[in-house]
Design a protein around this ligand. Structure first.
Ligand SMILES: NC(=O)C1=CN([C@@H]2O[C@H](COP(=O)(O)OP(=O)(O)OC[C@H]3O[C@@H](n4cnc5c(N)ncnc54)[C@H](OP(=O)(O)O)[C@@H]3O)[C@@H](O)[C@H]2O)C=CC1
Ligand SMILES: CCCCCCCCCCCCCCCC(=O)[C@@H](N)CO
Length: 351
């Protein structure tokens, strides 16, 4: 008797009937495979969950690196964009690039591109920048806030100063917080169902030698994003967090000046261009993902450290979750060995 999908498939092959045990296993297996289709199917039905066309998007750190990549993607897809950073020259340059991007995309309406010079670690300046951005939109707060400004000063713990710890927390965490806090207050006051996007890092999911002053700032953003995702359901505001791996940006060039050799060895040298990363980030946002990753390792770490967060793909997250502990153990061992070997070389004064 055919009583389940697995029996049906099996009966088509004209073999002997499945035993009950075989049928249970085969059906579970089929259910697992089918579950991998649930999220893609849901996303297909939902369509684009991050439509930026005609929206005003505010990008901190939008002058170079990831932020510039994001700004250009936004320009291409029909958004009005305000970018914020400190140095004027790269800001102006990015505005010109956005104009070119929009012209090439032939969007059938005029897009507004503005730049604002402000230091987001300064509360007053962060608020002033939001005010200035709103001026061109009848005083309305931007619809979408994307926080990309951040920095990393990799060093061995004992070689880093506590000022460096404080500075990175001030920029990566509080620099994000000031902007998000002020803009969400305004969204709530004016009933805007906006979106908030934070930028963490692979180092917001794993920690190893050289990143003790940086990884905690990115873990802090994870904590913030998890609370806000839940709380902002109150207002219909969406919260998302991107965990990029290495991006070959000006910031990356700069951090390599202080990066200990062992840190370089552990993190390897593969990465994406900021534009590629921005494209991947936008793709995740369109699918409505809460946690966005754009490389294999970080996706693995996302699953290994999933905690209590929404799935990116229900079935696939489950299967990857079964393998992840093995990958994590392997990485742990390999990293321990790298650090111990580095220690031996240090003792012999080889480096
Ligand atoms: N590059 C990488 O490998 C990775 C980076 N990340 C994260 O991604 C984000 C972007 O990185 P990346 O593109 O490399 O960064 P870059 O250093 O290349 O660019 C940083 C941007 O932030 C701006 N910025 C820096 N400080 C301030 C400030 N105080 N106020 C306002 N704007 C500021 C910079 O402009 P200005 O200096 O003129 O102010 C610039 O526009 C960061 O949060 C970073 O931590 C995560 C994983 C990997
Ligand atoms: C489940 C187990 C899988 C383990 C794989 C782990 C791989 C770790 C690679 C680390 C790459 C670091 C990139 C981010 C660096 C960064 O944020 C700075 N460059 C800041 O600018």
């Amino acid at each position: 008797m055919v009583w389940s999908p697995a029996d049906l498939i099996w009966s088509l092959t004209n073999r002997a009937q499945l035993t009950v045990f075989e049928a249970i296993c085969a059906n579970l297996f089929l259910a697992l495979i089918a579950s991998m289709g649930i999220t893609p199917l849901y996303n297909l039905l939902k369509g684009n969950q991050f439509n930026v066309r005609g929206k005003h998007v505010y990008v901190t750190g939008g002058s170079v690196g990831l932020g510039r990549g994001v700004a250009l993607e936004l320009a291409k897809h029909g958004a009005h964009v305000t970018i914020v950073a400190r140095k004027e020259a790269p800001l102006k340059e990015t505005v010109e690039l956005m104009k070119k991007e929009a012209a090439a995309a032939k969007n059938p309406f005029e897009q507004k591109f503005h730049w604002i010079s402000a230091d987001v670690t300064d509360k007053e300046q962060a608020i002033r920048a939001l005010d200035e951005a709103s001026v061109h939109f009848g005083g309305k707060v931007p619809d979408i806030i994307m926080c990309c400004a951040g920095t990393s000063i990799p060093k061995l713990f004992v070689e880093a100063t506590t000022d460096e710890f404080e500075y990175q927390m001030k920029l990566n965490y509080f620099g994000t917080l000031y902007t998000v806090h002020e803009s969400v207050k305004r969204m709530v006051e004016t009933g805007i169902k906006g979106k908030i996007v934070l930028t963490s890092s692979t180092m917001g999911l794993v920690g190893f030698a050289g990143y003790s002053s940086y990884a905690p700032t990115k873990y802090a953003l994870r904590g913030l994003a998890e609370c806000l995702r839940n709380e902002f359901l109150l207002y219909g505001i969406g919260t998302h967090i991107y965990y990029p791996g290495t991006m070959f940006s000006p910031g990356y060039e700069n951090e390599n000046l202080t990066k200990p050799l062992v840190t370089r060895e552990i993190e390897g040298s593969t990465g994406l261009t900021p534009r590629e990363a921005a494209k991947g980030m936008m793709a995740g946002l369109r699918k409505g993902q809460f946690t966005i990753t754009t490389d294999f390792d970080t996706n693995f770490l996302r699953v290994a450290g999933k905690g209590v967060t929404p799935s990116t793909n229900i079935g696939l997250d489950y299967v990857l979750g079964l393998i992840a502990p093995f990958g994590a153990t392997w990485f742990l061992w390999e990293t321990n060995i790298k650090v111990k070997n580095f220690g031996k070389k240090l003792l012999k004064n080889d480096i």
